[in-house]
Ligand binder design. Sequence first.
Ligand code: PHE
Length: 359
Amino acid sequence: MIMDGLDALKKKYLDGIMAASEEGALETLRLAAIGKKGEVAMKMRELGKMTPKERKSAGPALNALKGEIISALAARKASLGDAALEARLWLDVTMAGRPSRQGSIHPVSQVTEEVAAIFADLGFSVAEGPQIESDWFNFDALNIPPEHPTRTEMDTFYMHRDADDTRVPNVLRTHTSPVQIRYMQEHGAPCRIIAPGRVYRADYDQTHTPMFHQIEGLALGRDISMANLKWVLEEFFSAFFEIDGIKTRFRASHFPFTEPSAEVDIQCSWSDGQLKIGEGDDWMEVLGSGMVHPKVLAAGGIDADKYQGFAFGMGIDRIAMLKYGIPDLRAFFDSDLRWLRHYGFRALDMPSLHAGLSG
Ligand code: PHE
């Protein structure tokens, strides 16, 4: 008796569920079928009045029907959801485009390109080296022996070594000078290169960040002298700051990898807290330089009796700050969009000497 009409019930609800076109209709069907007072639920209540024999076949049949209805409801609900999503994702080619945010070139990238353009004009090509260096390339080959104070002065970051590994750990390069050695070993002399890139020292304040950028210069030949260095640097600074005839001042200094060594200042003026490059009679330190030490040439596989030359190392971030009036170095690496929009450069304007360096 109770089994009568079960097939009809099943058909009625499964067809209804398949035909439902929105979630509300599914809910109505759910209540009508298996809700507290639903048709299936009512039939289940009648189980109590049956003989055990009848119940044995009717119970499982009703449970099976309930299960089928529940899965049909779930399946239909999922497919309605997919359809709704698909409808929303439909591409409307007539829709107005969203205004896109214009990206910009970071001052460090811009200045690196500017420096490379100027040195390319002077016959220098660009070389590169790894940021994780062996202590040999970063120190020993540059005439900085293990006990040399420079190793601690530079606040070197050491890479991890396992406790049982007795090798000297690699370092994050503290300067771009190891690229000198790598280039000499691979290409020999004569040569003229610059090597821009990231360098690392554990230091942090308004003018120091643990990662910053340097540009190394190296020129080797039979008779290259400090006079060539001075001319090249003056040409460079005049082109870079776009001011003719910038004067430089060489101060005797010391670097283990150059002999003699000089720190180089450029002419500037300070008035009312305003810094101007290329005028006045104050001086601003911008780089370290010198004649490549014979031991460094030897480490690079160069015959020091045949070749000599100059090298210099300059902070890219620092000259970017000077040229574009950027007060705090730390802001370079904060990724603050407002800062980037203010100090950034238009993409696609490549610096060149004829078209203008800074766009
Ligand atoms: N490597 C030096 C530094 O990081 C700069 C330098 C490079 C000095 C080449 C002389 C020659 O301070």
